[in-house]
Design a binder for this molecule. Structure first.
Ligand code: AMP
Ligand code: MG
Length: 397
């Protein structure tokens, strides 16, 4: 089986999941639409703006008549309509958002005018169309304004509201089964002995799944025994995606891969050139995608974020999986061993310009990760970074 670099492994995930069936859709109220993935094309219900409108407070004029003195024949406010017509030598006082009166073709800003009774003078000579938003200049009636597969953010919500859509069709959220493995792993509510660890991975994963647009389904913890693992895996494969935590290393009791093989799984990779998370597994079983995430908490978090999140987003109907990696300036130099892409806990400054590496004890050190707000991404071919170098970061989401 090939061992992929980080970008190649991610590409394999995206290509594999993109080939799977699109999810079903459901109708939700506008109130619940933010963050959901659009399941229909959205069209403008009329021209926008529906009539030519002023985009300044001032005077609607005939451009050819100014500079000079004009007679003010009335006023038009936003929400009103001017019933008359602007003839030669005339103008109408107009407010931002108000429809242009017939006959006028430009607006002179109030700041450049002087009024004396029913007369107004300006030294400006606007071009026709100045400060006028023409009818249909933002959208034409029937025009497709949003395509399905887009995650709805606040400007999209504004569009839906503008077009009079109280409800919108969105893709159903995929159900994501979370199956932790390990004899030492106990439920969070259990009293943990010194030789046991509480199941923090399942809860971190559930939070990550939600943020990616999925519905987490927590399964009972699988002990390191093939029969129990098999039974719970089968249950997990009833969901749209199965996330396994632990049991994918080379240890004597790491049963995840052999049990998946017993289920007839196709493995697309079982290692990636990354750290943490090198033994990460991805494949399909019963037509369903699964990830075997190494159990060390940092490995689980990182592998979810860089690989499984894309799967959840695509299964949620998104056309594009997103992983923004803006660059920030390192505040201090650091070195790392080449050959692997490294994801290290870091703190990005509030303005996003600078990033500091947070020292840690390795992939079990959740407190160090929690001190940060991002992973910095060290390139496999760059052994040393200097202070001031730009380095990509992945913000926790
Ligand atoms: P594994 O990948 O199964 O070899 O586990 C690697 C390390 O991660 C071990 O120290 C485990 O105790 C720890 N670990 C495994 N599963 C979990 C879990 N669900 N929550 C927290 N830590 C875990
Ligand atoms: Mg284990």
């Amino acid at each position: 089986m090939p061992t992929y670099s980080f970008p190649d492994a991610r590409r394999v995930v995206i290509e594999t999941i993109t080939g799977l069936r699109k999810p079903a859709t459901e109708y939700v109220h506008l109130e619940d639409a933010a963050g959901r993935v659009l399941g229909e094309a959205v069209h403008a219900d009329r021209d926008y703006p529906p009539v030519a409108r002023s985009i300044r407070d001032g005077f609607a004029v005939r451009a050819a008549d100014v500079p000079g003195w004009l007679r003010v024949i009335g006023e038009v406010r936003a929400g009103d309509r001017f019933e008359g017509e602007v003839g030669p030598g005339e103008c109408v006082e107009i407010m931002t958002g108000a429809p242009m009166p017939v006959g006028a073709d430009a607006v002179v800003m109030v700041e450049y005018t002087r009024r004396e009774g029913d007369r107004m003078v300006t030294e400006r000579g606007p071009a026709p169309g100045e400060f006028v938003n023409p009818q249909g200049s933002e959208a034409r009636e029937g025009q497709t304004m949003l395509e399905p597969g887009k995650r709805l953010r606040f400007p999209d919500i504004a569009m839906l509201a503008t077009y009079g859509m109280t409800h919108v069709r969105v893709y159903k959220r995929p159900e994501v089964a979370i199956l932790s493995t390990g004899d030492e792993v106990v439920p969070v509510e259990a009293g943990a002995q010194d030789n046991q660890v509480r199941n923090s991975n399942a809860w971190a994963l559930a939070a990550q799944v939600r943020s990616a647009g999925g519905i987490p389904k927590m399964l009972p913890i699988a002990p390191d025994r093939p029969e129990a693992t098999l039974r719970l895996m089968k249950q997990g494969l009833e969901s749209d995606l199965l996330l396994l935590s632990g049991g994918v290393s080379a240890g004597k009791y790491d049963y995840v891969e052999p049990v998946l093989a017993e289920l007839g799984a196709t493995f697309l990779f079982d290692r990636a050139l990354i750290q943490p998370g090198q033994p990460v597994v991805f494949g399909l079983a019963d037509g369903k995608p699964f990830f075997g995430l190494p159990g060390n908490p940092a490995s689980t978090m990182v592998c979810f974020h860089i690989f499984a999140r894309a799967a959840v987003e695509l299964l949620a109907g998104q056309v594009t999986a997103e992983l923004p990696m803006p660059r920030a300036k390192l505040t201090a130099p650091f070195t790392h061993k080449t050959g692997l892409t490294r994801f290290l806990p870091a703190r990005l400054s509030a303005d996003g310009s600078e990033v500091s590496h947070i020292p840690w004890q390795g992939s079990s050190d959740v407190p160090a990760i929690a001190k940060g707000n991002a992973f910095l991404v060290a390139d496999p071919d760059t052994p040393r970074y200097e202070a001031g170098d730009l380095i990509p970061v992945i913000l926790y989401t």
